[in-house]
Design a protein around this ligand. Structure first.
Ligand code: GLN
Length: 487
């Protein structure tokens, strides 16, 4: 049961082989057993989950089931869920109970899915290892010495360890794809504007995008069907018709043109990751795809550009955490200014403070032109590289991350080396394109490797098709880690 796909779970629920209450209980009991060690969830509320499950069972009994009705899903703790503690991985929101639902949470609710709990994450989604969380590190279920990746590390670990059938994540510079790669699961970051950011706690608003994390591409398609869609409450939500992302899954791949950026197969990529990715590309050729070498000449600028723009936006977004309206307030202070500064000094962790300081610096009157404006111009060049590339190919492929999961603690004191783990993913956010990570093997250390797919705007269905066909021909996505006390 714990390995079943979403479609299989829906069939079991529809056939009354299991009830949503039983299914939810099964996952809650796995969480109770394994979460003390893995730390993938920050908040679990059994009573709230089971109440939703009872309602879902009634929906099924009334014949009103939709594809996800009755299925428990883990939600990244960046999404506000009414009545649930929503921390965003920060002490700043330690006691914050969300008064309303994020668009994504609301859509899952309407679909009859169950909120199984809120997953751990880097503080305010700033990080690549889940180690900046105020709620402690998450362990990678494949190797508990290793990080799960970040910032959606809790969601990735929960799905990999089968503590949840699937989960939500968010991706500002790689936070769905990189942890999916490091934990051996499938994750998709949609085109910017496809999934509403309403109620998703903001990090860098021009880059943030929510998306699905699951065992397979088909499961991601089913989740995206629910998550995506126009929402007037997010001014950057795109007014488009609802799509069925499962519609193209079964198309054969003959004639698919895959672009391989020469910059992605160069220095810095570890040999075992390169080998697994090349084997995956060979499999695509067997499936009928053609490959062509392409170039993304400005891709080396992506990380420096991102670390100007993302902190700039973050410094503005995070100014709302001032101890006045909600969240943490320093217990002792003098005047108002002292209350602000003590609250922020105590409430935010080191990485968040580093970003706020960089952000205010690059936006300051004297440096705005030199850093912020310059970075905006380079962002345009990076996006144009992709426009050129997509004249020659349908999809771009490469590694999701340059190495397999690194060890816990290995990069915590070296922010630049940590930032480099998103070297292949960040340009995709800067361009607003959709990207995906698909499990494609293991490194020399036995830790998972992810294949990165990048599509043109709105090509989610095509990407999901390519990933699904690969998953029909291989079984990397159905491999699972062995947890303590399990076969
Ligand atoms: N690792 C990147 C960062 O620290 C990206 C995080 C994300 O996508 N939320 O900013």
């Amino acid at each position: 049961m714990i390995n079943a796909t979403l479609k299989e779970l829906a069939a079991l629920l529809a056939g009354k082989k299991i009830s949503s209450v039983e299914l939810t209980q099964q996952f809650l009991s796995r969480i109770a057993t394994h979460n003390p060690d893995l730390n993938a969830f920050i908040t679990v509320d059994e009573e709230a989950s089971l109440k939703q499950a009872r309602a879902a069972d009634e929906m099924i009994a009334r014949g009103e089931a939709q594809p996800l009705t009755g299925i428990p899903l883990a939600q990244k703790d960046i999404f506000c869920a009414q009545g649930w503690r929503t921390t965003c991985g920060s002490q700043m929101l330690h006691d914050f109970i969300a008064p309303y639902d994020a668009h994504v949470i609301e859509q899952f609710k309407h679909a009859g899915a169950i909120n199984l709990g809120k997953t751990n994450m880097d503080e305010f989604a700033m990080g690549s290892s889940n180690e900046t969380s105020y709620y402690g590190k998450v362990k990678n279920p494949w190797d508990r010495q290793a990080v799960p990746g970040g910032s959606s590390g809790g969601s990735a670990a929960a799905v990999a360890a089968r503590l949840a059938p699937a989960a939500s994540g968010t991706d500002t510079g790689g936070s769905i794809r990189q942890p999916a790669a490091l934990c051996g699961i499938t994750g998709l970051k949609p085109t910017y504007g496809v999934v509403s950011r309403y109620g998703m706690i903001a990090f860098a608003s021009s880059l943030d995008q929510g998306g699905p994390m699951a065992k397979s591409a088909e499961d991601c398609a089913l989740l995206l069907n629910v998550m995506a869609g126009f929402d007037a409450r997010d001014s950057t939500s795109l007014e488009r018709e609802k799509e069925d992302y499962t519609r193209g899954l079964d198309q054969p791949l003959a004639g698919l043109k895959i672009g391989l950026p020469k910059e992605f197969f160069a220095a810095g990529l570890s040999a075992d990751v390169a080998q697994a990715v090349e084997a995956a590309i060979a499999e695509y050729r067997k499936l009928g795809a053609e490959t062509v070498e392409i170039s993304l000449p400005n891709s080396h600028l992506a990380i420096p550009v991102y670390y100007v723009l993302a902190p700039a936006e973050a410094s503005s977004n995070l100014s709302r955490f001032d101890g006045v309206r909600y969240g943490y307030r320093a217990p002792e202070y003098g005047d108002l200014l002292d209350m602000y500064s003590k609250t922020r000094a105590q409430g935010f962790g080191a990485e968040v403070k580093r970003r706020i300081m960089i952000g205010t610096y690059v936006l300051s009157a004297g440096y705005y032109d030199a850093y912020y404006l310059k970075a905006q111009k380079l962002r345009r060049l990076i996006a144009q590289d992709f426009t050129e590339a997509f004249k020659q190919c349908d999809l771009i492929m490469g590694p999701t991350a340059p190495t397999t999961a690194f060890n816990l603690g290995e990069k915590s004191d070296d922010p630049v080396s940590m930032y480099l783990s998103d070297i292949y993913t960040i340009a995709v956010n800067l361009a607003g394109l959709p990207g995906m990570s698909v499990p494609c093997g293991f490194g020399a250390d036995g830790r998972p490797v992810g294949l990165h797919l990048v599509g043109n705007y709105f090509s989610e269905a095509r990407m999901l098709n390519a990933a699904h066909q690969y998953q029909q021909a291989t079984d990397w996505h159905s491999r699972k880690p062995r947890l303590p006390g399990e076969e």
